[in-house]
Design a protein. Structure first.
Length: 617
């Protein structure tokens, strides 16, 4: 393919800016204007083209043969597709590459990445053309804009050359598909349904808060608010206080902003209440999707490798990763004419990966036989045969409670949940009908899990030892991973970065748990400081491995000619053409989701799918 590097310069003002508008809104707004773009072709220096010349040039380029590299390809790519009907053969993105290769604890803006590679700061004179269209700029300012854009393109080219050899080959394809979700939008929205959803949410917030059974004092006390979040399984992020680390609970903290979009409805409600947010998440999201649909098809914005465990994260003021399955927000999203939507969800993939990594063979054999993995521990705990009940089963509620407790034990305790967290989560009913469980029963459940899964407990101990090796020491092999230079490498070449690991010894007056009084491992993330321990490292490994399994399936599906429109963690949303073979095509795609990499031999995978004109069952 022909490598081409491109960078747009566009009109912006104090009000019309990406600081106030989403990327999609900014680019589709009537006020939008491209001043022009700098472009670098192979073996040529970067050259500036103002808008009329650029428009003529773009028509001459054989775009199907082009590998287009930008620093923020979602931005430049949507400009190209929306305003110029240009779609390249493949997208590259140095911003995305930076997230994976440099880490999420640092900024990966172009200036920051330039600094990382010892390049000078950008010279583009943004202050000279803020609030002014191209026709309003003097020849001197136009020349400065042109030279600055050319310099940016040369730096993007140089950065790409430095990072490309480090990026696993399959990740180029993943980046391309993630960028296309945004730059080639096709999804439609049922705006009437979104309007009804907005109205129905108006009184829901107050009802939910009353159901949470918390007081204003609980919400405003940092310690009590922390307890409420930890009860929902939320890992607290810390920031530097005057003397000691403190929870990142301020309105401007990234951690709190992300809680407002948390997949757990109770967590969102707690964050909204503490911050005094007036609209619920669903109201905001319904409004955003409705206005977006008025401007055109719905672009899906994902931050490639936005999480430290390789998973994507949401962005552009609409987090497509947290559209709850079965929700009205999903049902309001529709396929384009002539197509069906096919969400395919990997069944219990993290649980399966955890059992494989730990070598818990008895559980793996259960999964291979297609048995329900949650009922054995529930049956042993309650002393009766627990099963998944039918809808008309007279014991349905009881069985759902007991099976839910077993599910909670298998999915929470594999990552080291303690009795207190187990008790609070059971009461919240996150895995089944709520259970008001005495702390003694929660302790028994946790102990029972650890007795039934000795290999998992052994893996935690091994992971605890590896944390210190990640923080410093010679390379070593651990499980399927390679530990080297503060990074944990997967066999396929992707890595998780632990550059900021440190052993922290608390000050005498620093609040901490009793077992942490002598010290604990922690690492700096974009949210602040987060603690690290063995079972947490297992969780990181499971998330990273699961992400690679799912994106490898996405690549294979793409080679079948099927687009992925969204990638919410362990699910792919596929676009299936209506050609009389829809069910057959969807089943082939589902089977691809059940194939593991060669370096996980014998891993039993499964997936379920649905075909519909809406994003729903």
């Amino acid at each position: 393919m022909i490598p081409v590097v491109l960078d747009f310069e566009t009109f912006f003002s104090k009000e019309f800016t990406l600081k106030k508008l989403s990327t999609e809104n900014y680019i589709r707004d009537p006020r939008f204007e491209a001043h022009g773009a700098a472009i670098k072709f192979p073996n040529q220096p970067a050259r500036w083209f103002d808008e009329p010349d650029l428009r003529a040039l773009l028509k001459k380029i054989p775009w199907k043969e082009v590998f287009l590299v930008c620093h923020h390809s979602a931005f430049d790519g949507l400009i190209l597709s929306h305003h110029y009907s240009v779609v390249p053969g493949m997208y590259g993105c140095t911003l995305s590459m930076g997230r994976l290769l440099l880490g999420n604890h640092i900024s990966v803006s172009l200036d920051s990445v330039r600094s990382h590679f010892n390049m000078p700061v950008k010279s583009t004179p943004y202050g000279l053309f803020q609030g002014r269209y191209w026709r309003e700029l003097s020849p001197d300012v136009r020349n400065q804009v042109a030279r600055g854009a050319e310099d940016e393109v040369e730096s993007i080219h140089a950065i790409f050359q430095k990072m490309a050899p480090q990026l696993p080959a399959e990740e180029f394809l993943v980046i391309d598909e993630v960028v296309r979700m945004f730059t080639q939008p096709v999804l439609r929205a049922d705006t009437d349904m979104l309007a009804r959803l907005w109205e129905s949410e108006a009184g829901k917030k107050e009802r939910l808060l009353s159901q949470l059974n918390v007081t204003e004092a609980d919400l405003q006390s940092a310690a009590k608010f922390q307890d409420l979040l930890e009860a929902e399984g939320v890992e607290i992020a810390y920031k530097n206080g005057k003397n000691n680390p403190i929870p990142a609970f301020a309105k401007q903290d990234d951690f709190m902003r992300d809680l407002l979009e948390h997949c757990n409805e109770r967590v969102r409600a707690l964050a909204e209440a503490r911050l005094g947010v007036k609209s619920t998440l669903l109201q905001t999201r319904a409004e955003t999707l409705g206005w977006t649909a008025a401007r055109g098809p719905l672009p899906v914005y994902l931050r490639y490798a936005g999480a430290g465990t390789l998973r994507p994260s949401g962005g552009d003021q609409c987090n497509w990763l947290n559209f709850k399955r079965g929700s009205d927000i999903r049902r309001a999203i529709m396929a384009p004419e002539g197509y069906l939507l096919c969400p395919i969800d990997s069944s219990q993939i993290e649980f399966r990966v955890a059992m494989w990594l730990a070598g818990q063979d008895d559980v793996l054999d259960q999964l291979r036989r297609g048995e329900d993995p949650y009922v054995d521990i529930a049956s042993q705990f309650y002393g009766v045969r627990v099963y998944k009940p039918a809808k008309d089963d007279p014991q349905r509620l009881l069985m759902e409670q007991m099976r839910g407790a077993g599910k909670q034990a298998k999915l929470m305790c594999q990552y080291g949940a303690g009795a207190g967290q187990f008790q609070k989560t059971a009461k919240a009913g996150l895995y089944g009908p709520p259970i008001d469980m005495p702390i003694a029963d929660a302790e028994r459940f946790v102990d029972l899990y650890r007795r039934m899964h000795p290999k998992v407990v052994e893996f935690w101990r091994s992971a605890n030892r590896i944390i210190s090796r990640l923080a410093g020491g010679p390379p070593c092999e651990w499980s399927i991973f390679q530990v080297k230079n503060g990074r944990l490498y997967l066999p396929s070449g992707q890595m998780m970065i632990y550059d900021t690991l440190e052993y922290h010894r608390p000050e005498p007056d620093e609040p901490c748990k009793p077992h942490e009084a002598d010290g604990y491992w922690r690492m700096r993330t974009r949210y602040g400081w987060k603690k690290m321990w063995g079972s947490k490292l297992l969780q990181n490994c499971c998330e990273a491995v699961s992400r690679v399994i799912v994106t490898q399936a996405m690549i294979r599906v793409k080679r079948m000619g099927i687009r992925t429109l969204n990638h919410p963690y362990d699910e792919l949303l596929l676009l299936i053409p209506k050609d009389g073979r829809e069910a057959e095509t969807a089943e082939r795609c589902r089977q691809e989701m059940c194939i593991g990499p060669s370096w996980l031999p014998g891993l039993p995978l499964d997936a379920e799918m649905h075909l519909n004109e809406r994003y729903a069952k």
